[in-house]
Write a protein that binds this ligand. Sequence first.
Ligand code: RM4
Ligand code: MN
Ligand code: MN
Length: 424
Amino acid sequence: MQIEGYKIQEYNNDHLKHHRHRFEFASSLASNIESIISKLVDFQVAIPSWALGAGGTRFGRFSGGGEPRNLEEKIEDVGLLHALNGSSGAISLHIPWDIPDDASAIKTLAAQLGLRFDAVNSNTFQDQASQPLSYKFGSMQHVNKEVRKQAIDHNIEVIKQGKALGSESLTVWLSDGSSFPGQLNFRKAFQNTLESLQEVYSELPSHWKMFVEYKAFEPNFYSMTVGDWGQSLLYATKLGRQAYTLVDLGHHLPNANIEQIVSLLLMEGKLGGFHFNDSKYGDDDLTVGSIKPYQLFLIFTELIDGMDYRGMNHAIDLAWMIDASHNIKDPLEDLLQSVEAILIAYTQALLVDKKLLEEARLNNDVVRAQEILQDAYRTDVRPIIAEARLRSGAALNPLQFFRQIKVREELIKDRGSKTVATGL
Ligand code: RM4
Ligand code: MN
Ligand code: MN
């Protein structure tokens, strides 16, 4: 399914008057409204190929129908999102869930829909039917060199696939670790992992980045070999200039101060990528902004501050990606909500008066500092984001339009109600 541009225009025209009214008020709240809008137009969030079907939990999976049956249909779905919101112009693939049969045809299809390929993701956390050795006791940390080699070779293969698609980064998330005390020699597990990562790193094209993603627990519940940002930073530093830490919002112990982590990683020039989701307990992979929108705003405030301090381009110098897996919502609706939540937090963070905030800090005026932040956070920036969408030819309200033209119903008609996408 593809949405014709004129239909979006018609829809926007029907809602233009109402929008103009709201936008006029919202734009009066910001002195730099044009610069904010152009930043919003540029800002793109990559959609993970594994989020286009219903996610499962260990207790089951409930497909809503019309799920993409192959990579082409996944790309088609991301194309739909991008047509609707103008901010989902990239896709991140997980190998081997999404191996392209014909890379150049896939590349052409993506380009037609205005999409590029973001980081490619390797997978050594599951055993594939065709693979000779098991990752039950880890992959890059494994005590058996042959298993480590298999994991290294897989990552090199993923780089190869990514090169064919025009991707420029590799994300390595390892489930390696241990579930019981005594199971693992921590030092040896670290060394093995580092050496394995080094072998992969040496195969990276010179313009590529490697992201080392950490996670505090799950599937291992006693130790994780890349368990926190300190460990990730250690690997990334030892690997070299092309290696970076990747922060996934759901991968921390409860109540971790993620905004501080982000700030320090940026200070060190070692923050490379970001996985957005939300959670209440663990790696819940819920819709971005559905549980802790204030935390998301605080994180964005540090992201912008740190990026501006280093003269980085918000739109392209970090890899922005959603990493969520929803088990009860329509995956496309959920992704529209997630992208919107990201843009809201980003815009609010752009509204923070940094000069006044710094002044308040220098005067130890704690109350004033809080007021400045919350002033920005409590601004309804949605009309500003809608304006950015209007200017990029996307829908004023993507979710409403999605329902109005019955996208899911169309997809079910095309693909059937029993389809199940590859992924989690
Ligand atoms: C992990 C991690 C990775 C993602 C997999 C599917 O928890 O977040 O980034 O690729 O899940
Ligand atoms: Mn992740
Ligand atoms: Mn995760």
